[in-house]
Design a protein around this ligand. Structure first.
Ligand code: FAD
Length: 360
């Protein structure tokens, strides 16, 4: 992904515009359905692939659009504004894309990236266990021709949607390993039933158990020195915050509709004040993408602010929608639940602390 504001700016603006048109015309009207029907969600996801939106951050040499980081983060806000489930599902696939982009395994990249950019091949991720402290949940032992993996993956989204996933495991040297694993049962590899979740259940999240499962060397995505996960979490602390901003914006859209129906002056005052704050937070976050220019502590505080705004704007949407917000089909309760997931997605201890501190 390029980090400069490139001369291709108008092409990128057009890409964002066409993404927004797709989300407004085809995703938003069925956002409630996408929240509960996996088949419909998969179709909408495929619609993103058909429009090149799954390859935004894939370099052009691998068949993607190779957009600037600024454009990519604006896209994240957009998708979360119109459907949290779609944003959540596609981010797992995009997470796998990012891991492959930085992989030294050229044949694996060549095989997967062009197909992942169009959505012809769909890949998820299961590496949040690398953030856990203490004995590694998923261990990898080097053997002839590859690695033997044993342990648990607590979260993998996309059962029945993704064909494979990139696993994270810890080596005896404390290095971390990423590798391609089939997302279907076989000897030494089993999955739970999709979890019953209050939100994003539609994305079919499961856990996996691996017992002495063999990962051949040619399926190895990458190896990283100890501490890389924590280092990346700090470097990328803003990233999931863009979904929280999109969720906040979705809350504001509902608040605005409530004002148009009820015309109560205080609704407009709250709407104006929250809109101003979301705009300020968005501009500051988009201006703080470089970890070299903006210190970690400042970016951590911004992530907490975005989460806090998602929580407040969706609470505003519920309150302004009154009792109707309790209907399962009502958008206010959907975005309220989505705020829950965007609060904990990619959470580290420091993000948890910052999120809680901003509630005081
Ligand atoms: C619906 C859903 C789907 C998801 N899908 C995926 C997926 O497809 N792929 C994926 O990789 N992840 C996925 N996740 C994981 C998601 O990113 C995690 O929510 C996030 O990483 C936090 O992990 P956790 O909830 O397991 O909490 P934990 O990892 O247990 O805790 C979060 C942080 O707190 C720290 N912590 C926990 N316990 C202690 C303790 N006792 N002492 C000190 N520090 C502690 C941890 O070290 C960690 O930094 C999903 C999550 C949800 C809710």
């Amino acid at each position: 992904m390029q980090t400069d504001i490139s001369p291709k700016i108008s092409i990128e603006e057009n890409l964002l515009k066409s993404a927004q048109t797709y989300f407004i015309e085809q995703v938003l009207p069925q956002a409630a359905l996408l929240d509960r029907d996996t088949k419909a969600l998969k179709q909408a996801f495929q619609g993103m692939g058909d429009r090149g939106l799954l390859g935004l951050n894939v370099p052009q040499q691998w068949g993607g659009k190779g957009v600037s980081e600024l454009t990519y983060r604006r896209f994240q806000i957009l998708v979360a504004r119109y459907s949290g489930a779609l944003a959540f599902l596609q981010t797992q696939h995009q997470g796998a894309v990012s891991k492959l982009i930085s992989s030294p395994n050229a044949p694996l990249k060549q095989t997967y990236l062009p197909l992942m950019a169009t959505g012809e091949t769909l890949v998820g991720v299961g590496f949040s266990q690398l953030r856990r402290q203490g004995k590694p949940l998923m261990q990898a032992i080097p053997v002839k021709g590859g690695y033997r993996l044993t342990g648990e993956v607590p979260w993998i989204t996309g059962w029945g949607i993704f064909e494979e996933f990139i696993i994270g495991a810890t080596l005896p040297t404390s290095e971390s390993l990423y590798g391609m694993v089939p997302f279907q049962e076989e000897t030494g590899l089993s999955f739970s039933q999709p979890m019953e979740l209050a939100v994003m259940g539609v994305t079919n999240t499961v856990s996996a158990t691996l017992t002495d499962w063999f990962l051949p060397s040619d399926r190895l995505v990458s190896l990283h020195p100890p501490g890389t996960v924590q280092e990346n979490d700090r470097k990328n602390v803003l990233h999931h915050g863009f979904f929280a901003l999109g969720c906040a914006q979705a809350g504001l859209d509902i608040l605005k509709q409530a004002y148009q129906r009820k015309t109560l002056p205080f609704l407009s005052q709250v709407l104006d004040s929250l809109t101003e704050e979301v705009t300020r937070c968005t501009e500051t976050m988009l201006g703080s993408l470089s970890s070299k220019r903006v210190p970690y502590e400042k970016r951590l505080q911004l992530r907490g602010w975005a989460i806090n705004l998602a929580q407040r704007c969706t609470q505003g949407a519920v309150t302004a929608s009154s009792g109707g917000a309790n209907f399962l089909s009502h958008p206010a309760q959907r975005v309220y639940r989505e705020a829950l997931v965007f609060t904990v997605l990619g959470q580290t201890t420091e993000i948890m602390e910052e999120t809680l501190n901003q509630l005081r």
